[in-house]
Design a binder for this molecule. Structure first.
Ligand SMILES: Nc1ncnc2c1ncn2[C@@H]1O[C@H](COP(=O)(O)OP(=O)(O)O)[C@@H](O)[C@H]1O
Ligand SMILES: [Mg+2]
Length: 187
């Protein structure tokens, strides 16, 4: 299957997840994330605000702030690029941005991507070699190419989003790990 076919198949599957299963799986993913040594020892974590049926990491984001860690959330700048912006309050500090996704206000300056220790990367489909398929706009590929090699990237997915093999182009950035409601994979 090419990227386009795989994307529409995987999105269709994600669209059909029940509210109950989404809540259940998101809770398991959140608990697993909180228990990871790499998360516990990180100072600056970039997470995301869930779009559509993506795994709901909101309570994880709150926990990051409660721990006194720095939380960064993406903010789209145009049709190609996004920045990571530090957020102190995910309930009041965000506005509705591109694609209706909550994002930090324009007045706050982005962080230097080198400052980030861990990035949680949402996506449409993943494989167990670190490949990831997004929505087809390349935002994360471009953002990750600005980060240091040291940054620990963790894909966040439901188990049904794992496929045997995801087609990858030269610009696609591989992930270092993947977390699902069932398992934590390090590649
Ligand atoms: N680092 C990059 N520099 C320039 N163009 C890029 C870069 N990363 C991705 N792109 C472009 O973005 C588009 C979408 O990338 P793709 O990997 O198919 O999307 P996604 O990762 O969102 O599934 C492609 O046309 C690709 O050429
Ligand atoms: Mg890509």
């Amino acid at each position: 299957m090419d990227k386009r076919e795989l994307r529409s198949k995987a999105l269709e599957m994600r669209k059909n997840i029940s509210v109950k299963n989404r809540v259940l799986a998101s809770g398991l993913i959140t608990e697993k994330l909180k228990s990871l040594e790499i998360i516990k020892s990180s100072k600056t974590i970039m997470s995301y605000m869930p779009y559509g049926n993506e795994a709901d990491v909101l309570s994880f984001n709150k926990w990051v702030l409660d721990q006194g860690k720095e939380l960064c959330i993406p903010r789209v700048t145009d049709s190609k690029y996004m920045d990571a912006v530090k957020v102190n309050d995910i309930e009041n500090g965000l506005v509705s941005g591109h694609f209706g996704i909550a994002e930090p206000e324009k007045s706050v300056s982005p962080v230097n991507p080198d400052e980030i220790d861990v990035i949680l990367v949402p996506g449409v489909a993943f494989d167990l070699s670190g490949n990831r398929l997004g929505h087809g706009k390349g935002y994360y590929d471009r953002f990750l190419s600005r980060c240091s090699d040291r940054v620990f990237t963790i894909g966040v997915a439901y188990s049904f989003q794992i496929f045997d093999s995801i087609p990858a182009d030269a610009h696609d950035k591989k992930l270092k790990a993947l977390i699902t409601e069932d398992e934590f994979f390090v590649f």
